[in-house]
Design a protein around this ligand. Structure first.
Ligand SMILES: [Zn+2]
Length: 176
């Protein structure tokens, strides 16, 4: 008869280790790394927010020691290093559409960021006849490109997903 042992996988094991109590705050934004992922802010982590000692000493069971570290979150690290994973280039832009298009781009960025705090627009560059966008993640560049494509039906949309030589996914849109 074969005996099977119930050994928890490493990841599960770590949950009970010292990692559970510590968290990281991004000095550039409000992002918090806790339990193996980044969250938008402390307010989104009631468990951590309540345990945080905001200058007022708590006593008894309410007080929980947690170690805190300050480290840039991956999105702010990319900004600092001037890196990006997705790029959207809009060309042949008519001035009359600039504001509308910029808002459309921003909305897509905010939507993505609400789903995952690290998926965001890093930079929007207004150019003479166009707009250039850098994103922290290449799927977001495609989403923005497709949204522009469905808004301007006759736009010429070219999607170049990141390949082996370059991880940056690019979308080029030439407006009609
Ligand atoms: Zn950050």
């Amino acid at each position: 008869m074969v005996r099977t042992q119930n050994i928890p996988p490493n990841s599960e094991h770590e949950e009970f280790g010292p990692g559970k109590k510590g968290y990281i705050l991004c000095p550039e934004g409000k992002e918090v790394y806790f339990k193996k992922s980044w969250h938008p802010n402390l307010e989104s982590l009631p468990e951590l927010n309540a345990a945080h000692n905001w200058g007022e000493p708590r006593s008894g069971a309410e007080r929980e020691e947690k170690s805190v570290k300050f480290e840039l979150c991956p999105a702010h690290q990319m900004l600092k290093d001037k890196q990006y994973e997705g790029e959207v280039i809009v060309e042949n832009l008519n001035e009359a559409n600039r504001e509308e298009l910029t808002n459309l781009i921003k909305n897509r960025g905010e939507e993505a960021e609400r789903r995952d705090t690290l998926h965001r627009i890093l930079k929007i560059e207004q150019q003479p006849k166009g707009i250039r966008v850098e994103t922290s993640e290449n799927q977001l560049a495609q989403k923005i490109g497709k949204a522009i494509g469905s808004h301007y039906k006759k736009a010429d949309l070219k999607i170049q997903p990141g390949s082996g030589t370059s991880d940056v996914g690019r979308v080029r849109i030439i407006l009609p």
